[in-house]
Design a protein around this ligand. Sequence first.
Ligand SMILES: Cc1cc2nc3c(=O)[nH]c(=O)nc-3n(C[C@H](O)[C@H](O)[C@H](O)COP(=O)(O)OP(=O)(O)OC[C@H]3O[C@@H](n4cnc5c(N)ncnc54)[C@H](O)[C@@H]3O)c2cc1C
Length: 430
Amino acid sequence: MGADASSARHHQVLIVGGGSAGLTVAAQLLRARPGLDVAILEPSSVHEYQSGWIPAGAGLLPIEQTHRPEASVIPAGARWIQDSAARFDPAAQRLITAAGDQLSYDALVVAMGLQLNWSRIKGLPEALGSHGIVSNYSHAHIAATWAAIRGFQGGTALFTHPATPIKCGGAPQKVMYLADDIFQATSGVGVNTRVIFCTAMAQLYPVKAYNATVKRVASRRGIETRLLHNLIEVRPEEQVAVFEVSAEGQPPHTEEIPFDLLHVVPPMAAPDVVARSPLAIEGQGGWVEVNKLTCQHKRFADVFALGDVSSLPTSKSLAAVRGQAPVLVANLLAKLDGQPLLSRYDGYTACPLITGFGSVVMAEFDYDLKPVSSFLVDPTKERWSMWLVETRVFPWIYWHRVLKGRLHEAPALKPFAPLVRWLGLALRQE
Ligand SMILES: Cc1cc2nc3c(=O)[nH]c(=O)nc-3n(C[C@H](O)[C@H](O)[C@H](O)COP(=O)(O)OP(=O)(O)OC[C@H]3O[C@@H](n4cnc5c(N)ncnc54)[C@H](O)[C@@H]3O)c2cc1C
């Protein structure tokens, strides 16, 4: 496998990826079993709080609060290996890193996120950041994206949603609703502007109840929605976007739409190193093939996966990671102990849909696409309280509870139960 014996190491639990999912699992494992030998393989020296990118892009959260040094978020007791997985060999319970080291394990957790395929859109990689072409899906472009939106002088503003699974299915719309508020507030721009949402999907949102809400929001704002429109090319000099349009019963055709501002959400996919490994199922997206209830790999019993890289058939989000991590941790510990895997994930996920400055639909749902609410209120309504939760409470919870592996610890929240009950009653009046 190309690694020499001196660079071979073994860990009880090896976690690949020190992003939101990998760190959450590491922290929960070590809280449950201090002294467990846990290593995190993560190449980046910076940890990103991606859920903060849209609020940060709108000036609602200082951009510095969306990232921290990776070293500062590695849980105490875990070992950080700053390298990346280059090849998986699950039959031999080992992997090879980019530096050529061999790492073996008793249990492997794959938490590598997904890859953004900017180059799948012809002309995009060279054009991003120029000619009004922007994206909040790239940390490097957040500040420029918002500057372009604030400085927009009117015309056609296009916002896109690709044909692939994406992280945070609502984010492409969140940025548009915030931008539309800015256009309306800027003298002359709102009346001289067409806002168009081009989505490759057949509906605005996959959950019926939330789809009805966002349809109302888009129509109230006068936003044109074009379904089954998949962005395939940009021609920056001409400021033209080319879409492949599917229409029922007809072969796809292309449509060109001129723009003055274009916010692109790129196609996304499983990381190549996973997709070409035995961990993935060929022809099914390249995601790590896990049991949807236990997070355990379907063919390699000592492998688990969660988060964006997993095949778990729910919307990819940080909220989903919060639901998956305790299940994975309980089952992984059971596996190490030779016990049956009893913990079950119900598909819980959420995407707080920012529908404008001061309002959020806390879109939570499960595998059955049934709306659920952690806040004891009708989750389909736009709410100011959920805006506060999204922009003020969630960032704190992320750094201080989620990454510390403490979110799911009910006893720690018990003293707040009367406050939560009071809040529930107050929110119902909203
Ligand atoms: C603009 C935007 C807005 C969002 N808004 C929300 C929201 O409001 N609510 C919500 O719940 N979710 C939101 N999300 C989604 C959420 O951020 C992700 O679903 C979440 O980060 C997934 O966690 P993860 O650990 O699976 O992936 P990540 O957090 O992306 O972590 C993956 C890690 O794996 C590492 N890695 C990659 N390749 C390798 C390799 N070969 N070897 C080792 N390590 C590797 C990466 O460096 C990274 O640190 C948003 C995302 C974006 C981009």
